[in-house]
Design a protein around this ligand. Structure first.
Ligand SMILES: [Zn+2]
Length: 136
C-alpha cells in the first residue's frame, strides 16, 4: 500500500476557532487519513474537519401559496410607503381616491388601488379585496 503523504499541503477544513471553512495546512497523516491540520488564519492546530457544506444548510421551505401572499405583501408595503393619501378608518359610506390609506378593523391597513361604482379595490397585507364605498 502506497501511503501518500500530504503533510505540508493545503486543504480546506472547518476551523472551530474561526467558525469558518478556511485554508489549512496538513500537519500529520494517519494512514491515508488527514489527522491534524493547522489553520492559516488563526494558526491553531486541530483535528481535520471536512468543510461544512453551507449549501446543505436547510432553509425553511415555503408553504404552498405563501409566494403569492409574499408578493401582495411586498406591493402592499411599497404602496404604503408611497401612498400620499390621507389615512382614515374604512367606512362603506366614504368616498375614496386611488392611493388613499384605509384602516380596516379586521384586515388592517389597506391602500386604495382601483375605483369602481360603489366599490373599490383595496390592497391589504394578505390580498386585494373589493370593498364597498360610495364612489360614483
Ligand atoms: Zn482558524
Amino acid at each position: 500500500m502506497v501511503v501518500i503523504n500530504l503533510a505540508g499541503k493545503n486543504i480546506d477544513s472547518y476551523c472551530g476557532k474561526c467558525k469558518l471553512n478556511l485554508d489549512h495546512t496538513i500537519m500529520t497523516m494517519v494512514g491515508e487519513e488527514i489527522s491534524k491540520v493547522r489553520c492559516k488564519s488563526c494558526g491553531s492546530s486541530h483535528k481535520f474537519r471536512s468543510p461544512l457544506d453551507i449549501q446543505k444548510v436547510r432553509k425553511p421551505r415555503a408553504k404552498k401559496g405563501v409566494g403569492e401572499a409574499a408578493t401582495a405583501e411586498i406591493i402592499w408595503e411599497a404602496g404604503l410607503a408611497e401612498a400620499k393619501g390621507k389615512e382614515r378608518d374604512y367606512s362603506m359610506t366614504s368616498k375614496y381616491r386611488i392611493g388613499d390609506i384605509v384602516n380596516h378593523q379586521t384586515f388592517g391597513k389597506g391602500i386604495v388601488m382601483k375605483l369602481y361604482a360603489n366599490k373599490c379595490d383595496m390592497l391589504f397585507k394578505d390580498k386585494e379585496r373589493l370593498m364597498a364605498s360610495t364612489n360614483e
